[in-house]
Design a protein around this ligand. Structure first.
Ligand SMILES: [Zn+2]
Length: 392
């Protein structure tokens, strides 16, 4: 692996090499006791015990109590390729990190509130701290991590890894999160747009299982889509397909950060929705979309109106996508998706007016299954896929 060479003679490289010897012993020997592993690798029983504990924590080996020569022993067997993966999810005001097994299955995760948008360098430092925290809590050695994937709320250039200029985190424009994380973690890192990762996660393990053609819409401070066609993520020529937040819907509407007027984002983006609410009395109006959704559910007429109008605007945008791509499933995710039918019913009504009957006939519009974990789950899967490429 590449970072063994990058840190010759380091403790991490030694631990990684020793772990590899244990894995090789299990590969050729099948199920072995710890004593047998120690004999065949020449490692001390204490080292073997440590390595086995680490491999067990990453789901690489199974451990079963057994007996050997009349004494109690532990039978160790490989269950999946070695190596853990890590995912980082950068939200504008939230940071999450997760540990996954070599197939991208979730083992542990941690989320903190953090002003990620304020400063990319600080955001990356905080993310590295959070990753180390998750690894320590799961008692997984840093040296076991084969690859990392990062989710970011903006377009990621395929060639350079740079965040695009129009993002809900303007200070991150031009920043290369994968390179910054790789430098600090000493592990290969890939970065991908949050809506793309969520689309893949819902497609593989969520409400989109079995759907060949689906569109995932991420509703947050910005609005983006992940487009899966024929079971594969459609990324476009430069990796930035799906920036649907800037579909123009109202030429007399509010000026958008992209410079146009009345973009979809100015009709369904979180800051715009919260701005639409009347400010009556101290602390009366919701300050987050979650509060807005709750108030709408409790019958607040202003909040219900805002959610319904967001649904109507979203339906107009989605009608364009449905005509262009003819998906069988639209998955709505992000904070506003918690509104459920209060949002989706107006989406459907509006789409009936703007979509070809043939495109609408087989189309289902649903909320995501994976909630705010979708991007993190997708990132674990992406990290696992990239680890497989690295070790191949
Ligand atoms: Zn715009």
């Amino acid at each position: 692996m590449t970072d063994v060479e990058a840190t010759p003679g380091s403790q991490a490289a030694l631990r990684r090499a020793n772990q590899q010897r244990v894995v090789e012993a299990l590969r050729s020997g099948g199920t072995l006791t710890q004593a047998e592993i120690a004999r065949s690798t020449g490692l001390s029983p204490a080292s073997v015990s440590n390595i086995v504990r680490n491999l067990r924590a990453t789901g690489t080996v199974s451990v079963r109590e057994t007996s050997s020569n009349g004494r109690r022993a532990r039978a160790i067997a490989l269950v999946r390729p070695p190596g853990a993966v890590v995912a980082v999810d950068f939200g504008t005001h939230r940071l999450a990190a997760a540990l996954g097994d070599s197939h991208g299955g979730l083992l542990a995760r941690e989320t903190i509130a953090y002003d990620v948008a304020a400063d990319p360098e600080r955001g990356v430092r905080r993310a590295v701290w959070l990753v180390e925290t998750v690894l320590a809590a799961a008692r997984v050695d840093h040296a076991t991590v084969a690859a990392v994937a990062a989710s970011v709320p903006g377009p990621v250039d395929l060639a350079t890894g740079e965040i695009g200029a129009i993002t809900c985190m303007p200070r991150w424009a031009g920043f290369r999160p994968a390179a910054a994380l790789a430098e600090r973690l000493g592990v290969p890192v890939v970065a991908e747009n949050d809506a793309n990762l969520s689309a893949m996660a819902e497609s593989d393990a969520g409400v989109g299982r079995g759907a060949e053609h689906l569109i995932y819409v991420q509703l947050g401070e910005g609005v983006g889509a992940g487009i899966v066609l024929g079971g594969r993520l459609f990324r476009g020529a430069g990796g930035t397909a799906g920036e649907i937040g800037h579909i123009g819907l109202d030429e007399r509407g509010q000026v958008c950060r992209c410079g146009n007027r009345g973009c979809l984002e100015t009709l369904v983006g979180s800051p715009y929705l919260l701005d639409m609410l009347p400010q009556q009395g101290a602390g009366a109006a919701p300050t987050t979309v979650a509060e807005l959704v709750r108030a709408a559910e409790e019958g607040d007429p202003g909040c219900r109106r805002v959610v319904a109008e967001a649904g109507t605007a979203l339906g107009r945008g989605l009608a364009i996508l449905a005509n262009a791509f003819n998906p069988e499933l639209v998955v709505v995710g992000g904070d506003l998706a918690a509104a459920g039918e209060a949002l989706l019913a107006p989406v459907r009504r509006t789409m009936e007016l703007g979509t070809l009957g043939s495109a609408l006939a087989d189309l289902r519009i649903v909320s995501g299954d994976l909630g705010d974990q979708a991007a993190l789950r997708g990132a674990l899967r992406l990290a696992a896929a990239s680890a497989e490429q690295i070790t191949r």
